[in-house]
Write a protein that binds this ligand. Sequence first.
Ligand code: PGA
Ligand code: ZN
Length: 428
Amino acid sequence: MRRTRIDAVRGRRVWDSRGWPTVEAEVELVCGVVGRGIAPAGASTGSLEALDRRDGGDRLGGLDVLGAVEAVNGAIARALRGVDASDQEAVDRRLIELDGSPNKSRLGANALVATSIAAAWAAAAAHGLPLWRWLGGAEARTLPLPEIQILGGGRHAAGRLDIQDFLLVCPGASTFAQALEWTAAVYHATGALLAESGRLRGVADEGGFWPELDDNEQALELVLRAIERAGLRAPDQVAIALDVAASSFGRGGHYRLAAEGRVLDTGAWIELLGSWIARYPIVSIEDPLAEDDLAGFRAFSERFGDRLQIVGDDLLVTSAERVRRAGAESWCTAVLLKPNQVGTLSETKAALEAARGSGLGAIVSARSGESEDVTIVHLAVGWGVPQLKVGSFARSERMAKWNEALRIEEALGSRARFAGTAPLAARR
Ligand code: PGA
Ligand code: ZN
């Protein structure tokens, strides 16, 4: 369609939730509508992720993105002019060809993902639809089960706890809105318990409380007590999910628990995780092993894969090819989908389709460095992905996403469905 052809692409430097520079792109169509996208940024990144382009040097810790912005304004703008934004695959194919590198390092995954997102919003706006509806049509009506961080650790909190995320899920809620209300109660109960015991240090990068605890298990105990104080029941109403992000402290089959002052080999580390699984209402664990420990992942999945969801993040880096291998070789039971790990929306969707084809679950996820951009919520609803992970229940870059999901739930009215227990019940 002529009116949805791309007329102009603009890039600019904006700032993310950690105060570092990031790339914003705007795509303007012939009909005059404009779509916008902002690249997020990770801290506990997988080694096989697509690479953000950063300027290097001394300024701003080397993290400036003027080169990536220039790529949007120059090469990308020239290459996309005239491409139909309604054809997301054509847009993304052009971006991938133009970059030409295996890991998006030439133009930068930050430049590509911002542009890919901006094109999607422009196409939706040109059709007079919200993005979730443009992506999913009339079938899009499921609100995902949110995974919401209560405590932050790992690289997001200077290693105070080894485990990166202690999250709450509310499979027993009947609506998305109720899940948020229950989470709010547990979040504030956690804060109150920490303040009462003098163990509150602040909040970590994604808004979860940053506690001063002696070991990882104390954190599990704390979340359990907060659930009780909030008057909720585990595991039927609410439960715990972990993102271990084990690549941050494990390498070569050795897991260095700084918070506990000990080093465990893969077998002992799996035993420790198993003891937590036996004693706490844990229904999902992400990256329990380091990305270089495939044997560990397989052993862990064999032992616990029928009891809880095992998610690959650093392990799979939103790569369709790795997702297929994970399915064939039983590395894990679900994939985390982060568009900037791979660089474009079409490649993210390909990873989702690979997961569906392999019988793996899926979770759309934010990064630890975020912005007001709410695209991931629209991807989850539009693509029918039944789980969404955004960070905690504080800080506006997180709340913008939760609040956007509430607006979508309201717009769907009586047609809205809440994923609830379904994504966690579907075991392999
Ligand atoms: P990251 O962390 O964005 O810092 O990589 C998020 C996650 O591990 O899920
Ligand atoms: Zn993760």
